[in-house]
Design a protein around this ligand. Structure first.
Ligand code: FMN
Length: 185
C-alpha cells in the first residue's frame, strides 16, 4: 500500500486548515489505496533551518532534522494542505521543505490549498509547484483550492462544500496513478 503523508502545513494554533487537513486525511483513508499518516507541521515545531551542511549531503547535525527526515523518508507520497498568506505559501512550510532534499525526490505530491478569500489559495499552490519540481517531486495533475475557509469551520470541524470530496478524490486518484509509475532515475 502507498504510504501517504497528509501534512497540515499550518502553524498557527488557531489554524482553520487543521480541521480541513483532518478531513482530507479521512478522504484519503476512504479512498482505500493508501496507508495514511497525518502530520501536523505545528507539532513538529521545527526551528528555522539550522543545519550546517546542505540537505543534499544527508548529514544532519540535529535530532529534529533526523526525525523529520525519517518521517518524510518513510512516505511514498504526500498531500500538502497549505494555507495562503499574502498571496503565497507560508514561510514555516517552505522552511520545512528546505530542511530535506533526497527524502522528497521522485515522490508524488498533491496540493490542497485554502484561504479566507475567494482564490482558495490557488496562487500559493502555483507558487509552490516550481519548488516541488526543483526538488524532483512529481506533482499530481489536479489540485484543489478551498475558498472561504473560515466559514467552513464549525463546532463539528470542517464542513465540506458540495463537490469537494469529488475534487479531492481526483487528486488522490492522480497520486495513486503516479505512485504506480516508477520515478525517473
Ligand atoms: C499573515 C496572513 C496573511 C494572509 N493573507 C491572505 C491573502 O493574501 N488572501 C486571503 O484570501 N487570505 C489571507 N489570509 C487569511 C488566511 O488565508 C486564512 O486566515 C487561513 O485560515 C490561514 O490559514 P491558517 O488558519 O491555517 O493559518 C492571511 C492570513 C494571515 C495570517
Amino acid at each position: 500500500m502507498t504510504r501517504l503523508l497528509v501534512l497540515s502545513a499550518a502553524t498557527r494554533p488557531t489554524s482553520s486548515g487543521r480541521p480541513l487537513a483532518e478531513w482530507v486525511a479521512r478522504q484519503a483513508r476512504e479512498h482505500g489505496t493508501f496507508e495514511v499518516v497525518p502530520v501536523d507541521l505545528a507539532e513538529l515545531a521545527l526551528p528555522f533551518l539550522d543545519e550546517p551542511e546542505y540537505a543534499s549531503s544527508g548529514n544532519y547535525a540535529h535530532r529534529h532534522t533526523r526525525e523529520w527526515s525519517a518521517l518524510v523518508d518513510s512516505a511514498d507520497a504526500f498531500v500538502f494542505v497549505l494555507p495562503m498568506y499574502n498571496g503565497g505559501f507560508t514561510a514555516p512550510f517552505k522552511n520545512a521543505v528546505d530542511f530535506l532534499y533526497r527524502e522528497w525526490q521522485g515522490k508524488p505530491v498533491g496540493l490542497v490549498s485554502y484561504s479566507a478569500g475567494g482564490s482558495g489559495g490557488a496562487p500559493a499552490a502555483r507558487m509552490l509547484l516550481p519548488v516541488l519540481t526543483q526538488l524532483g517531486m512529481r506533482p499530481a495533475g489536479r489540485s484543489v483550492a478551498v475558498a472561504g475557509i473560515n466559514a467552513l469551520i464549525g463546532a463539528e470541524g470542517f464542513g465540506a462544500p458540495e463537490g469537494l470530496a469529488g475534487e479531492v478524490a481526483g487528486v488522490l486518484d492522480d497520486i495513486a496513478a503516479l505512485a504506480k509509475e516508477p520515478a525517473a532515475a
